[in-house]
Design a protein around this ligand. Structure first.
Ligand SMILES: Cc1cc2nc3c(=O)[nH]c(=O)nc-3n(C[C@H](O)[C@H](O)[C@H](O)COP(=O)(O)O)c2cc1C
Length: 183
């Protein structure tokens, strides 16, 4: 084994799909890109997200305690990276990137029509936000677009390169202890 810089371990255990986070604050919707997130609990569904104080979205999330996690398909990859390279401080990103807002059912933050799925979330716990920029969100609603042609997600490898979803393997019959999670 060759030594690997510990500061770059995220490149070895890439997180889930790159997501968009929408917020609605002071009469305006904003959208940002995240790669650092994880499921924390099944039921009720808790999701941990790292949203840093350098992001305009950080204050919006702290103030409103609501957001939507939108799952983009790989066809949106370039746009999603560009969204993560400018700030709602300076740009109306929904307008600039020609994304369509759909009103949420549970939260004021908008859903993104062009995405594969949208998860409406309320902030459950901010106790680690100051220390780690970690927000624990509770999913309170979800919708998917199964008719969308491109269903593949994409995953940040930590260095500006991305892995696109590939082959699916079905090992359900081996999940003997975890049948409840197979439906
Ligand atoms: C691929 C990618 C992944 C990113 N992941 C995160 C992340 O996990 N957490 C975070 O705070 N910022 C992340 N960013 C940076 C934010 O998207 C960026 O700071 C953005 O400008 C914030 O937008 P806002 O200022 O409008 O909130 C990522 C950017 C890219 C391009």
């Amino acid at each position: 084994m060759r030594e690997f810089p510990v500061s770059k371990v995220c490149r070895l255990i890439e997180p889930g799909p790159v997501l968009l986070v929408t917020t609605f604050h002071k009469g305006r919707a904003n959208i940002m890109t995240i790669g650092f997130h994880m499921m924390v609990q099944h039921d009720p569904p808790f999701i941990g997200c790292i949203i840093g104080p350098w992001d305009y979205s950080y204050n919006a999330l702290r103030a409103t305690r609501e957001c939507v996690l939108a799952v983009p398909g790989v066809d949106l990859a370039q746009k999603v990276v560009d969204i993560g390279n400018c700030s709602g401080d300076e740009v109306d990103k929904f307008e600039a990137f020609r994304l369509t807002q759909i009103p949420g059912k549970q939260v004021k933050a908008p859903l993104v029509k062009e995405c594969l799925a949208n998860i409406e979330c309320r902030v459950k716990d901010v106790s680690l936000a100051n220390k780690y920029s970690l927000f624990i969100l509770e999913a309170v609603g979800a919708s998917i677009n199964p008719d969308r042609k491109e269903q593949r997600t994409f995953h940040h490898r930590g260095d500006g390169t991305f892995t696109v979803d590939g082959r699916t393997i079905d090992l359900k019959e081996r999940m003997v202890r975890w049948k409840a999670f197979q439906d």
